[in-house]
Design a protein around this ligand. Structure first.
Ligand code: ZN
Length: 425
């Protein structure tokens, strides 16, 4: 057993996170159960009691499931830290792969792969039990396991060379490696944003250009009106895996894509889809992707700075039972366990920023459309069809929700006065 000041402090941090998560879950469950027998004021016109109650049951089931996952990962992380399992694994794989840079990188991938396998039963259960019970699962065993294989393969294809280059810098430039590592990581993130819609997404889903017709005409008209040149709008066969509906905007510059789920097109009329598209264009026009990239860049710079500090402090790895001759792999393995107990506390900040973006995109859409009705009706459909939680506890939503609640968005929209300048209506 590795019990010392450092391991005990890390366990204390993980326990504190688990405790607060449990309290937030408890508050959210209680908050929703209190409201279960009556549709909240303002929602009576578009949701019936059985659907509303089903959305609460879905929320409660998901909350309980996430508690179970959190407890499991706490027990597992605690065991890994205190038992000395990690140093054993690292030295066993070093014997097998060797201690050259390539051997260290291979060790890292093997250990990460083994640990990630433990998460698969949870994602299987979520898809084929939880989502299935509420009628959302459309996936099959074949799709699920093929997806997993593709994910692992992509992780290896992209991750291995990048981690190899970082490891090379680590050995060649002991003082400045972390700045290089950060720069490589940042360039990789930007590259992924660009290549994701073109190369990665099509490996999992079929993207089809929206067929000619009334909907396409209306949407292209909207892109002209907002001076948002885009060559194609795609529909995606989201229904292959799930009945959940969504729309998103990905890519940068001329590589940007607007993707509408086929499930969204089934559920909404032309004007509602136009409202969803205006909201997505709003995200782009207001440079939200760029802002997020800058915030993440600053965050990862701080992260690599901390890694550098820990790599030059031998007491840190020694406390976890590692020899410090080849510190990079153990450092990243331990860091990836500890970091979640730190980032958890800054989640409300990221969610605050994301909500601000959502309000801005909503206002942009209202300005473009010259009215708020179609956006409100599309949001109502998105929330009811996806059984979204209409009444989350405020503290729970601060930590876990990147979007404002439906109620908050409606109030903000009703208080805004659409600017009719852009409108063709
Ligand atoms: Zn949005």
């Amino acid at each position: 057993m590795l019990i010392n000041q450092v391991t005990v402090s890390v366990i204390a941090l993980l326990s504190l996170k688990l405790l607060v998560e449990r309290l937030l879950n408890f508050a959210n469950i209680h908050h929703n159960l209190l409201r279960r027998n009556e549709i909240p004021y303002g929602f009576e016109s578009f949701v019936d009691l059985p659907t509303y109650q089903k959305s609460i049951d879905y929320t409660l089931t998901k909350t309980n499931f996430s508690s179970l996952c959190a407890i499991w990962s706490f027990v597992f992380d605690g065991f890994v830290i205190l038992s000395g399992l990690m140093p054993c694994l690292v030295s066993a794989s070093a014997k097998f792969f060797g201690t050259q840079t390539i051997g260290q990188v291979a060790s890292f991938f093997l250990i990460n792969f083994l640990f990630s396998l433990l998460g698969i039963p949870f994602s299987w259960w979520r898809q084929f039990r939880l989502e299935d019970f509420f009628g959302f699962n459309r996936s099959t065993q074949a799709i699920f396991w093929t997806d997993k294989a593709k994910e692992y393969l992509l992780c290896f294809i992209f991750g291995f060379p990048i981690f190899y280059v970082i490891a090379w810098f680590f050995q060649s430039f002991p003082r400045s490696w972390w700045v290089w590592a950060w720069a490589i990581f940042f360039v990789f993130q930007v590259t992924m944003i660009i290549i994701y819609p073109v190369f990665i997404l099509p490996l999992f889903n079929k993207l089809t250009p929206l067929p000619d017709g009334e909907l396409k005409k209306r949407l292209l008209n909207l892109t002209q009106l907002t001076q948002f040149p885009i060559s194609e709008i795609f529909t995606m066969d989201g229904s292959k895996r799930s009945a959940h509906s969504n729309a998103f905007f990905i890519g940068l510059g001329k590589f940007r894509h607007i993707v509408l789920y086929d499930t969204l097109i089934e559920q909404m009329n032309t004007e509602e889809i136009a409202a969803v598209l205006s909201h997505e264009i709003g995200h782009c026009k207001q440079q939200h992707i760029r802002t997020n990239l800058i915030v993440e860049g600053v965050g990862s710079f701080i992260g690599f700075g901390i890694l550098y500090y820990l790599s030059s402090s031998s007491w840190f790895l020694e406390s976890f039972g590692f020899q410090t001759e080849y510190p990079l792999v153990p450092l990243i393995l331990i860091f990836s366990i500890v970091i979640s107990s730190v980032t958890f506390w800054i989640n409300p900040f990221f969610n605050y920023l994301s909500r601000k973006h959502e309000y801005q995109a909503d206002h942009f859409a209202a300005d473009v459309l010259g009215q708020t009705e179609s956006l409100i009706s599309s949001l109502r459909k998105l929330h009811t069809k996806n059984l979204s939680n209409l009444t989350p506890h405020p503290a729970f939503s601060a930590f876990h929700y990147s979007h404002p609640t439906l109620f908050e968005r409606e109030i903000a929209l009703r208080n805004s006065t659409p600017n009719h300048n852009h409108s063709d209506a």
